[in-house]
Design a binder for this molecule. Structure first.
Ligand code: URC
Length: 327
């Protein structure tokens, strides 16, 4: 018996996976944004591409990706399902699109409602539209206790901070006047998307820890709050709240000239407002969003004010870091 007679193609499906799309719809100063991660798979009369090496029935996965961008530009941003349904009647009988938002993208009103004490952008007409992903950021604290000089001279060094605070703003960010040489291909922009996953640490001035009553039980809880109860002059919870609030407010409100410049302003404010903080370190990946060239459907998506569909670039990303220390 021949090889062919022993088996048959019982099911086939192909397409593009992990098509990441960022979409923005501007209504004046109001920006609706959403980020999708799309799987777009086709089924239908495609058997011969497998069984007879006949490519005439194949819509290239590259084209499927381009169609996905088009659908995202046409559909209501908040409802990826409507995009999937719109795609269905295209050329192939069955299309499966799984789209989900990459994290929880909130518009500014929703963000403020969820975090009333969080960011404030100065009213409905403010230029900055801040989005942050709810609930993913974590507070971190590291404690170094040095008891080598004896139990009466115990010194603690405490560093606290925030990691994974994912933020994005869709206006109020430019990047211009940087070095141009033979290696420069990046265009200057006076309006861009600025997104980063904030990693912040701040160090307190070292302080003396009261000698423990029971020497075997010198336990410092790794939350800043508990530390304040072992005789420190500061309240770790209050500083943590202030640091987060300053970070979000400066990020939202700064007319950013660069990630570097915004970082510096955030750090300066934390030091100015928190007397026990000695130094502040931010590490900010610059998560790039590149406008899709949509000339293939006659749409100008490259002029900054008209760009609605962007590809979020996972890697490489910029990585901007600095420590700002009290004088
Ligand atoms: O804010 C920025 N800082 C940079 O150093 C940089 N480099 C780059 O390519 N884009 C940006 N953006």
């Amino acid at each position: 018996m021949s090889v062919e007679s022993k088996s048959y193609l019982s099911h086939a499906r192909y397409g593009k996976d992990k098509v990441r799309v960022f979409r923005i719809v501007r209504e004046g100063s109001w920006h609706h944004v959403v980020e999708y991660n799309v799987t777009a798979l086709l089924e239908g009369d495609i058997d011969v591409s497998y069984t007879k090496a006949d490519n005439s029935v194949i819509v290239a996965t590259d084209s499927i990706k381009n169609i996905t961008y088009c659908i995202s530009r046409e559909s209501v941003p908040a409802y990826p399902v409507s995009g999937a349904l719109r795609a269905a009647p295209r050329d192939t009988p069955r299309v499966q699109i799984r789209a989900y938002t990459q994290g929880l993208c909130l518009n500014r009103e929703a963000a403020l409602a969820a975090h009333p004490g969080g960011s404030r952008s100065g009213g409905a007409e403010a230029a900055s539209i801040l989005v942050f992903r709810d609930g993913d950021d974590k507070r971190v604290t590291s404690v170094e206790v040095d008891a080598s000089a004896g139990k009466d001279k115990i010194v603690a060094k405490v560093t606290s901070g925030i990691t994974d605070l994912l933020v994005l703003k869709s206006s109020g960010s430019a990047f211009e006047s940087f070095v141009r040489d033979e290696y420069t291909t990046l265009a200057e922009v006076n309006d861009r998307i600025f997104s980063t996953s904030i990693d912040l640490t701040y160090a307190y001035a070292p302080f003396a820890v009261p000698a423990p009553r029971d020497e075997k039980r010198l336990v410092l809880d790794v939350t800043g709050a508990a530390l304040s109860s072992v005789g420190t002059p500061w309240d770790g919870d209050k500083v943590a709240e202030a640091a987060r609030k300053i970070t979000l407010e400066v990020f939202a409100e700064d007319e950013s000239a660069s990630v570097q410049a915004t970082l510096y302003k955030m750090a300066q404010q934390i030091i100015a407002d928190n007397v026990h903080v000695e130094s502040v370190t931010y590490t900010l990946p610059n998560k790039h969003y590149v406008p899709v060239d949509m000339k293939y459907i006659g749409v100008d998506n490259l002029t900054p004010s008209k760009a609605e569909v962007f590809v979020p670039i996972a890697a490489p990303s910029g990585l901007i870091s600095a420590t700002i220390t009290r004088k």
